[in-house]
Design a protein around this ligand. Sequence first.
Ligand SMILES: [Zn+2]
Length: 405
Amino acid sequence: MSDVTLLTGLVALLVGLAIGKAWERYKLRDGKWFDRRRARESPHYLLGLNFLVANQIDLAIDELTRAASLNADALEVHMILGNLYREKGQVGKAITIHQALLQRPHLSKLEHAYVLLCLGLDYKRGGFVERAHDAFDEVLRLDPKNEYALVNLQKLHEEQHQWSAAYDTRQRLFKLADVDARPKNEAILAFLENEIGREAMRRKDYAEATVRFEGAIDLDARAVPAYLNLGDVRVLQGDERGAAAIWERLIELAPDRAYLAFDRLEALAVRTGSPDRFTRLCRKLIDDNPLDWRARLALSRHLAAGGHPREALDLLFAALVQNPHALGIHQAIWRALGQLRHEPALVDRYSELTRHAVFYLDPHVCMRCRYRSTELLWQCPHCHDWNTFVEERIAPAQDTAEAEV
Ligand SMILES: [Zn+2]
């Protein structure tokens, strides 16, 4: 939370400084340069910026209010003040300040655009979606390459599930971006294309959905949800062989995310009368990567369901060594032990393996804002960024054991 606030504060500051330069040129033209320097050179202004960088918002507001009172004309000081009120959650106050700035005569095009951008952010924060839309559109009319406005417009479209509009907005950003940013932009476009495909799927327009999911995969070969959905479309069209081929391709391209296709592949293998196909797939994944506890867990469930709890339990104990903290493994072990009527030797082995285990339910963490989740999410519900989740793992159990010796 505080990182995000600090970042927004810095962005507000940079916007303020950029507009400050433009304003300076204007003032030079107007012959009133001295007045505006008075606010910028006051110790209150510098103190205010220091507090802002230290994320002490209230103190920053105090000092900047004093700097602003020295010169009512100092546009960027008022702009920053408004932004700080917004960050504090005082959206009404932020809107009043920014609206008043818009009323000033002789605003340059750039100044007008920046004040509108601030106002758009106020509206967005306050939940005034339509007004925020209008403000960002207007910013882009004045300054078509304004990346802040484009990013915020994309997020607004996403929040309203207007996926095509979000896609178009991201494409405008893509065209403005450096070559380095290409993979990230393509990955985001792939997620948006996937959402457009899901809409087509809900309309039962499977042809359109197929085009969209394939488009997402072309944009980003690791667009995992597009593979899952494309396979689902194939199943709906009665092409189960095609579905299996797509999910198996996903597993080859992104073995770390293979587990997301396990349930689908298992159901398909059972339904088509070749359950061994799923067994072979899991065995291959385990051979390729002996640390793959999810493949062991999936295979054990499959074996337990097929009446082989003892083999299942062996796999689960091996999985437990790889990841002693995954609640799913323990639950599967409890079920398998139940099937085996709690054979004392097996129960003892289990309690030996779990002496140091700590369970946790929400191992997925957003790298950007630290939001935690039980499930792997493709878009963070807190910071709304795409593909930011990693799985957090705590130290293996044997480390704890060694530390105790
Ligand atoms: Zn996040």
